[in-house]
Design a protein around this ligand. Structure first.
Ligand code: PAN
Ligand code: ZN
Length: 191
């Protein structure tokens, strides 16, 4: 792998399988279980019970083999399972890009939300298949599954962007997304 990445990449095609929501050739895959999401859900007791219980997979990320290096453009597909913890919809950890670079998401399957926070303002974009969500430089971002089926989206981001998860643990995301009879109930962050 390191030899491969030490040379500039040649142009190449990536196959996107719409059924499997997979990319070929494949890069690294990441699986996040409930136990990986410590400190993120408002209801810490419900989180702990789930993490110490069946510890479900909340989301996974597959990628193409484009390295996270400056000037490269890695892509990945995230799939978030449907569910909630203490009423709070299952979501990604969320992060800020330390050097404030932008990113785009494309909705592929299911229904979700793209929650963004710049430290003061919070924005929400409803994501359905075909929606392109634009994340401007300096906006922390988190994805949420608001439906009854898995929610998948493609992300394309600058390879040198880096991922700061501590920023979200420290500053929050401005709002939290809870289940509602129809749609999603967005509440102020509080904790
Ligand atoms: C996405 C995210 C992916 C998982 O590829 O990394 O959806 O979310 P977390 O990284 O917050 O766990 C992206 O925004 N990359 O920059
Ligand atoms: Zn990002």
């Amino acid at each position: 792998m390191s030899d491969y990445y030490s040379q500039p990449l040649m142009p190449f095609a990536i196959t996107f399988d719409q059924e499997k929501l997979a990319l070929t050739p494949e890069g690294p895959t990441l699986t996040r279980r409930m136990s990986d999401l410590e400190g993120l859900f408002l209801d810490g007791d419900s989180w702990k019970a789930a993490a110490q219980g069946d510890n479900p997979v909340v989301y996974s990320v597959v990628s193409s083999p484009v390295p996270e290096l400056d000037r490269e453009l890695p892509q990945s597909i995230t799939t978030i399972q449907p569910g909630n913890t203490g009423g709070e919809l299952w979501m990604t950890k969320g992060h800020q890009h330390p050097n404030h670079q932008g990113e785009i998401y494309l909705g592929l399957k299911g229904t979700g939300g793209l929650l963004m926070f710049d430290g003061e303002r919070t924005e929400w974009i409803d994501m359905v298949p075909g929606t392109i969500g634009y994340i401007p430089p300096g906006w922390a971002h988190r994805s949420i599954n608001v439906g009854a089926d898995p929610y998948s989206f493609l992300a394309v981001y600058p390879g040198g962007a880096g991922h700061d998860y501590g920023w979200v643990l420290e500053h929050g995301m401005g709002k939290r997304a809870f289940t509602a009879d129809s749609g999603v109930d967005l509440r102020p962050y509080e904790g």
